[in-house]
Write a protein of this length. Structure first.
Length: 216
């Protein structure tokens, strides 16, 4: 069951109108796409705040109930106040069940404490990525991708191509070529530990090289 937000259409726009909404504990937003005109809407700040801790809010299909009319959307942008907990503005994109969407899916790392690298080899884990951009139909959007570290040894690296993906889901970066098969997580030696220095440098260098390719 998707998360639902109650919204109302608004005609008043501009900085002054947005400021008045925020003073009334509401926030401005816009919904666009789906061969329809963009619509400016108003949300309740407390309703949004209640849903922010939910990981699904950022990657799963949401239901916007605008004056009683429901639309399926994805959150595309959220602007936070620089020092308060308030949200300043949100953008939503309408979706079509038959059209592929791009989503940023969180990674959940499991099994670290049982890995040979941690238990026996004095390794430490470096998380290079915490989420991955995926391509799939709305019905196939995963809540998260599980990354199993339980078999990792010192010097091992898990890349994007090693991820266990659900059916119908693709990593967007991999469609651009093998050079975009970046590191997700690596195990390297503790600084000052007893592990072989060359192994430590090799693991760190490989991680930095993959990370650099991802940024280029």
């Amino acid at each position: 069951m998707s998360l639902e937000l109650i919204a109302t259409k608004r005609d008043d726009k501009g900085k002054g109108a947005s400021r008045r909404l925020r003073h009334a504990n509401k926030l401005p937003a816009v919904v666009y796409g789906g061969n329809k005109e963009p619509v400016s809407i108003t949300l309740e700040q407390k309703d949004v705040q209640h849903k922010l801790p939910n990981e699904d809010f950022y990657s799963q299909v949401l239901t916007l109930n605008i004056d009683g009319e429901k639309e399926d959307v994805l959150l595309r942008d959220i602007q936070h106040h620089p020092y308060k907990i308030d949200v300043l503005h949100m953008d939503f994109a309408r979706i079509d069940a038959l059209h592929v969407v791009h989503v940023h899916t969180p990674l959940h790392f499991v099994g670290e404490e049982n890995s040979p690298g941690i238990k026996q080899e004095g390794a430490v884990v470096s998380h290079v990525l915490n989420e991955v951009e995926m391509e799939c139909l709305p019905k196939n959007i995963p809540q998260f991708i599980e990354v199993d570290l339980s078999e990792m040894h010192l010097g091992d690296i898990i890349h994007l191509s090693d991820l266990n993906l659900p059916e119908g889901v693709a990593v967007l970066a991999l469609k651009q070529g093998e050079e975009h098969d970046t590191a997700v997580v690596s195990m390297h030696a503790r600084k000052g530990g007893g592990a072989d220095e060359e192994e430590e440098e090799a693991a760190v260098d490989a991680t930095e090289e993959d990370s650099g390719e991802a940024e280029s």
